[in-house]
Design a binder for this molecule. Structure first.
Ligand code: BDP
Length: 635
């Protein structure tokens, strides 16, 4: 009896304290991630990457036990990096965990600065404390979030930073799992997506300082050109009481072009003319250095440097135009995935991937199925690789609990705001992708029959959901294209809201197995059908076949390198006969880890044309032959 009373008292206390904690955590604001932390003459940053303290919390006792005042039994963990494969026997653990590190904040930052903490990506949900005080929370992985911590910093002493991270798969999360759906017992962990639910702090954690009294809060650059004259339009948002500033654009030869910023309220806009402009393109990824300053030219109060390329992107009729010229995307869908690192930033792998994309003659990739680390976009800007930038909205369905659907919508909108805020100044990004393969309940198995099996109400909800996301992202950024990726067998009319049609197709793999002739006929036929219905250019964002590296057989035997090569070749040949096909992106760039499932031998998706450690399969040599040596047609 006594024991029961004690238990209920503890429970009641838990509830009260949890409520109190909840009230103290503010949501991160997408505005605070607009400018990547930068070290320059005025701004400072400190990268907290390294070995942190870590503790699993399967019973979720950390908050009540005040682990934010110090972890009781910490072990070591590397940040960035997924926790799953760093720890012994915890590959499938997705529950509560705690990260902790300690750092001095440089005394030189003390006067006149606002101090921020920025977390590059916490998959999936995070709560943050500084010196035991709650700072904020954030839902959704793969996108950064930041909080001001100025009034919580201890000067001249170590500061404890504590981050609780968990990655529970739930139907009201994006991505998550499908409540009681057909997939419920078919994979483990039960994710509603085909990549391993790697968890934790996947990107760098930064402390950074910006001037307190007045500072640049956001910069949006958009570019156009007319004849040989380029125009860089800058919209600058600031904080504080300063009325003037300037923007200086410098080319590679040091030639400078300048415009004054005159603020009305907290916003100013200016145009910089660039005579004899060098346009940005995959063949010539020319970048201009842009500096934005607040205050007088001799003693600026704040300053921010970035690079931009002058380029335009649009769809006209059946064509995709970069700088007014037709362009065809040759590329891949990718993943951030490497042994042990999991989904953690692995920069040598990132550089290797750009080398290999160039080696096969690719000019583009899609950040399937979530935004990648910021350094990837910087590299793509430099190397002239085009990006379809996708939010982590994979596995969406529209037929279950309306509360879950509403919650998913709120999350997708938040991700779009964060994505555009973060990536809008990269010339490499040409397209926003608001979802991958949103699916009807009864996914039609035969597209040629035109079977669209979504019920009427489901159709209405799906079209509204997807249409609103496209409208939202176009409002956030009217200068780029917007799309979502259509699933094989899904309703064609859902795609109508997209600027350009992007679809994934697996004839010859998930259907028409081993039967190339039928697969090719279906694929070609469906391309024509979609084009006749929708009258827009089409990019095939996924097609491919699993191949076990080193497995050789006749071309009609699945899982062999020969089968994968033949299928990719056949799809590329068909696309070459359809002028409205403006891109072919192979699934996938490299083999990657998935949940355990019957269709996933070794818990891997083996559709990579490179192995997970980036060795080429036969298909990679085929691409190099087609795209670099023969330049066969557009592919
Ligand atoms: C598509 C998904 C992708 C999967 C791929 C596959 O978009 O995430 O990995 O199929 O099955 O449906 O290989």
């Amino acid at each position: 009896m006594r024991k029961m009373l004690f238990v209920s008292l503890v429970c009641a206390l838990n509830i009260i304290t949890n409520v109190a904690y909840a009230a103290d955590f503010t949501d991160a604001s997408p505005m605070d991630i607009a400018l990547y932390p930068q070290q320059n003459a005025i701004r400072n940053r400190l990268d907290l990457s390294g070995i942190w303290s870590f503790q699993l919390d399967p019973k979720e006792e950390g908050e009540v036990g005040e682990w934010f005042n110090g972890l009781p039994q910490p072990q070591s963990i590397a940040v960035p990096g997924s926790w799953n494969d760093q720890l012994d026997q915890q590959h499938n653990y997705l529950g509560c965990t705690w990260y902790e590190t300690e750092t001095f904040v440089p005394t030189a930052w003390r006067d006149g600065n606002e101090i921020f903490l920025r977390i590059g990506s916490a998959v999936y949900f995070a709560k943050v404390w500084i010196n035991g005080q709650p700072v904020g929370k954030h839902e959704g992985g793969h996108l950064p979030f930041a909080f001001t911590i100025t009034d919580k910093v201890k000067w001249g002493a170590k500061n404890r930073i504590t981050i609780m991270v968990e990655n529970k798969l739930r139907p009201d999360r994006v991505p998550g799992n499908v409540a009681g759906g057909a997939l419920a017992s078919q994979n483990y962990p039960n994710a509603n997506y085909d990549f391993f639910p790697y968890s934790g702090l996947h990107r760098a954690v930064w402390l950074y300082s910006v001037p307190k009294a007045a500072r640049i809060n956001d910069i949006t650059l958009t570019t156009t050109f007319s004849g040989t004259v380029g125009k860089i339009h800058a919209k600058v948002q600031k904080v504080g009481n300063v009325s003037a500033g300037r923007i200086v654009v410098a080319d590679r030869d040091g030639r400078k072009m300048e415009a004054q910023l005159r603020f009305k309220g907290q916003e100013a806009e200016a145009d910089v003319q660039v005579p004899d402009v060098n346009l940005w393109s995959p063949e010539s990824p020319y970048l201009y250095n842009v500096t934005v300053e607040l205050g007088g030219a001799n003693r600026p109060i704040d300053s921010y440097q970035l690079q931009t390329g002058v380029r335009t992107i649009e769809v006209q009729g059946d064509d995709l135009l970069l700088n007014g010229k037709s362009i065809t995307l040759r590329g891949f869908g990718k993943h951030e995935d490497f042994p042990i690192f999991g989904r953690g930033v692995a920069q040598p792998v990132m550089i290797r991937d750009f080398e290999l994309m160039k080696w096969v003659g690719a000019n583009s990739f899609r950040t399937s199925h979530y935004p990648y680390d910021e350094s990837v976009y910087e590299e793509a800007d430099k190397q002239g690789i085009l990006i379809i930038d996708e939010i982590p909205s994979v596995g969406l369905v529209f037929y279950d609990d309306p509360k879950d659907i509403d919650r998913r919508k709120v999350l997708c909108s938040q991700y779009l705001q964060e994505l555009v805020s973060r990536d809008k100044n990269h010339p490499s990004v040409i397209m926003w992708c608001v979802a991958n393969e949103p699916s009807p309940k009864n996914l039609g198995s035969n597209v040629m029959g035109g079977k669209n099996d979504a019920a009427e109400e489901e159709n209405r909800i799906a079209k509204k959901f997807l249409g609103e996301l496209i409208a939202e992202v176009k409002q956030l950024d009217p200068t780029r294209l917007a799309t979502f990726v259509g699933v094989m067998g899904g309703p064609a009319d859902w795609l109508d809201v997209c600027d350009i049609i992007t679809i994934n197709r697996y004839y010859g793999w998930y259907t028409n197995i081993g039967n190339f002739a039928t697969a090719e006929r279906y694929f070609g036929g469906e391309l024509d059908k979609l084009h006749n219905e929708l009258h827009k250019p089409i990019v095939v964002t996924e097609f491919g076949a699993d191949a076990i590296a080193g497995q050789h057989a006749n071309e009609d035997e699945m899982f062999s390198e020969e089968y994968q090569q033949k299928m990719i070749n056949a799809y590329l040949d068909i696309a070459n006969t359809k002028p409205f096909v403006k891109g072919m992106m192979i699934w996938a760039f490299a083999d990657f880890r998935t949940s355990q499932a019957l269709m996933r031998v070794r818990s891997m998706n083996l559709k990579g044309v490179f192995t997970q450690d980036r060795r080429p399969k036969m298909a990679a040599w085929l691409l190099r032959k087609r795209w670099v040596e023969e330049k066969k047609g557009v592919y």
